[in-house]
Write a protein that binds this ligand. Structure first.
Ligand code: HEM
Length: 494
């Protein structure tokens, strides 16, 4: 009886404490607009329904924000979030709050303390070590791998020439997987020719479960999730992917130990994969840490890059004038050659770069970035101090369509990115790779891959497409009907 009374009292005290804190947070952010809330779940209903509906709900929130200094607030259960659609306020959050929001915790069983989800203290030390590995000079060494895989892609696409429309994403994803695996781990996977392996199936299953959990709020508490069959399925498949990367790490460690001493500071002519470069650094990573970093890199770097390439190809298929300009630029660099791109070639692809940027603006594949507010922080545009303990949801997709882009942000216009049209734009108005010191570490590498692949495909095929159509949001942004294009063979000018 006494125990029951103590539990009851403790619950009341906790509830009163939480209620007082929530009231205080609500008052501090009183000037922000909000959608109507329901008891207990707050605005949780925004995340109910299918992934197309969820995207529509997010747009409703963005529209509300746009009417009131570009920010709004929402309660997800007991937690307050500030949704930000303004470049200036996004910049303040992304420069000052480096801790990821709790929602990323679902990735922890898979990626551990890998860079993507690492807690701030660990992240700071590890990012410093990883940064030089993604330096331009290093990633440019990967251009040979990219060119080789781009050729395989062109050969595989041959089966679709002059046929009806098809979803190009499957082909592109296999190609980027081959590139990212070989350059991150130094292992050739040949996914383009053998797409069905136990490792890839396991990886796909884990992604599906994570996506589902992200948007089915009732599966989010561990105590409920662990009662479902998905928990075991997730565990088994994560174990399988870990085993795969562990084996590669062990093999590479043996190679490193063997070569240590005789090859100090020298390059033996073999490709230096990211993993090879992580041995013998200022921090001696354990095998587990290496696996966590490599898994984070292959997961963060693959689908994102593949999606941007696929969106860009569809956009070029819709906008024939832009495709023609891309082609002219390619012909001025390559003539009629179908060789792979060198660093110098890529530097001359100014128009293609603008097209890719415009594609990332209109179809922001990482549409939302969520951070934990770990101390009170003042947002200058909306004029509100967001209290510590809240979360910030940066709506990159909304910022990319905000007033910062002028009167018709929905129009495809790559020349928006011309230097003379960009100079007065806020630096955080364009954040497909996030912003600040915790931005995408692979952004330059991603740009190299995207430019090289699109260059090779456009020189080989003429692309036609009708539309991108309705979208849905999972961890990334997808078109519901896939990336549908038609291709026909092209002969370049002599
Ligand atoms: C078009 C391609 C890409 C896009 C749009 C993209 C986008 C992003 C974004 C938005 C973030 C921040 C996510 C967040 O804070 O929630 C991020 C982080 C990250 N990305 Fe990328 N990315 C791309 C390519 C790559 C590539 C090619 C790699 C590596 C091979 C990579 C590796 C990473 C890693 C490791 C992080 C975590 C960085 C950290 O927390 O320090 N990404 N990326």
């Amino acid at each position: 009886m006494i125990i029951l009374a103590i539990i009851f009292l403790a619950t009341c005290v906790l509830w009163l404490y939480w209620a007082a804190k929530a009231r205080h947070m609500d008052q501090m952010t009183a000037s922000l607009p909000a959608l109507p809330t329901l008891p207990l779940i707050g605005n949780g209903s925004l995340f109910l329904g299918d992934t197309q509906q969820i995207l529509k709900n997010l747009w409703t929130l963005a529209d509300l924000a746009f009417k009131h200094k570009n920010s709004a607030k929402l309660w997800l259960g007991p937690k307050l979030y500030v949704a930000i659609g303004d470049p200036e306020d996004a910049q303040v959050v992304l420069e000052n709050c480096l801790d990821k929001d709790v929602v990323y915790r679902f990735l922890r069983p898979w990626l551990g303390h890998g860079l993507f989800v690492a807690p701030v203290n660990l992240w700071k030390a590890h990012r410093k070590v990883l940064l030089p590995v993604f330096h331009n000079k290093i990633v440019e060494e990967y251009l040979g791998v990219i060119a080789e895989q781009a050729d395989v892609l062109v050969e595989r696409l041959n089966e679709r020439v002059d046929a009806k429309q098809f979803d190009v994403l499957k082909y592109i994803t296999a190609c980027t997987l081959d590139i990212v695996f070989e350059t991150a781990m130094g292992e050739r996977m040949d996914v383009q020719h053998s797409p069905d392996t136990p490792y890839l199936r396991a990886r796909h299953t884990v992604m599906e479960i994570l996506n589902m959990r992200l948007f089915k709020v009732w599966l989010q508490p561990d105590c409920i999730f662990n009662l479902t069959p998905y928990a075991k399925q997730q565990r088994d498949n994560i174990d399988l992917t870990h085993k795969f990367t562990d084996e590669v790490v062990q093999k590479k460690r043996l190679e490193y130990e063997r070569k240590k001493g005789d090859l100090k500071g020298q390059n033996d002519g073999k490709l230096r994969a990211v993993l090879d470069l992580l041995f013998g650094r200022e921090i001696e990573f354990t095998d587990e840490q290496l696996r966590e970093h490599i898994d984070s890199i292959t997961i963060a770097g693959n689908d994102t890059t593949a999606l941007v390439i696929a969106y860009t190809l569809v956009l070029l298929g819709i906008h024939q004038d832009a495709q023609e300009r891309v082609l002219q630029e390619q012909e001025s660099i390559f003539g009629s050659s179908t060789r792979g791109s060198t660093k110098e070639d890529l530097q001359q692809m100014h128009y293609l770069e603008r097209v890719i940027k415009e594609s990332m603006r209109l179809y922001t594949v990482v549409p939302i970035i969520a951070r934990n507010i770990d101390r009170d922080i003042y947002l200058p545009t909306c004029g509100v101090t967001v209290p510590a303990g809240a979360g910030a949801v940066i709506g990159a997709f909304a910022i990319h369509q905000s007033a910062a882009w002028g009167p018709k942000p929905e129009v495809f216009d790559p020349d928006r990115f011309l230097p003379e049209r960009s100079q007065n734009r806020h630096p955080a108005a364009f954040l497909p790779f996030s912003y600040g010191s915790r931005n995408c570490i692979g952004r330059n590498f991603g740009m190299l891959i995207m430019k090289s692949i699109i260059s090779t495909v456009v020189r080989s095929y003429k692309i036609e497409a009708d539309e991108i159509g309705p979208l849905k949001v999972e961890m990334l942004l997808f078109p519901i009907n896939g990336h549908q294009i038609k291709i026909s063979r092209r002969t370049l000018l002599k």
